[in-house]
Design a binder for this molecule. Sequence first.
Ligand SMILES: Nc1ncnc2c1ncn2[C@@H]1O[C@H](COP(=O)(O)OP(=O)(O)OP(=O)(O)O)[C@@H](O)[C@H]1O
Ligand SMILES: [Mg+2]
Length: 207
Amino acid sequence: MLKIKDISYTLPNHLSLFRNISLSINSEEIIGLSGKSGLGKTTLAKIVAGYIRADHGDINVQQKKDKPHPVQLIWQNPEQAVNPKWRIDKILAEAGTLDPSIIKKLKISEEWLHRYPEQLSGGELQRVCIARCLLARPEFIIADEMTTMLDPISQAEIFKMLLEHVQTNHIGLLIISHDKILLNNLCDKVIDFKQLMKPKKEINRIQ
Ligand SMILES: Nc1ncnc2c1ncn2[C@@H]1O[C@H](COP(=O)(O)OP(=O)(O)OP(=O)(O)O)[C@@H](O)[C@H]1O
Ligand SMILES: [Mg+2]
């Protein structure tokens, strides 16, 4: 189980973005996270996946030396998530040994492997990014607005591929999206970001 406990984060301008966020995800669970823009969903995702540090709090996963982080993040814009100067085969190899079954599952053509990111469509490149995420053998995946840029058919196809993989491999999945219909269709539970904050302690007044 991924346990995120009492995470707080202060922005570079010294303003507090959020305080005492807690959330748990089981290995078999698909959780949806929605909430108003700017509340800090992506920032929380970056903290959990090890890109940035929280002010304080506990997360019960740790990256082992020379291994990919056990929580992998799939970003909204695949173009910004890859090195534009690397060919697709190098981008995938960075995550781990190329597993033909994952490549096949994501319908990645052999021919794409020799291309550069700009030579793929947004949907094709997002499938490469998902393959890279799966090749890293994560225990948990955070998909942050993963299909927002895509048409509804590509969106459905991509989620189908990812969901099949997480379910057969017992990977916990957090889907961040503004699309409540999508979240209600796919997730075991849907949470609003505001619900993650610990309620203020009630003051016991002496009557
Ligand atoms: N490095 C940074 N420097 C300054 N401000 C930042 C930084 N990173 C994030 N922020 C601010 O923190 C707030 C939260 O950003 P974040 O991207 O986490 O929100 P979000 O909940 O994911 O929003 P959205 O639903 O629009 O994706 C925003 O107001 C953003 O401008
Ligand atoms: Mg965001």
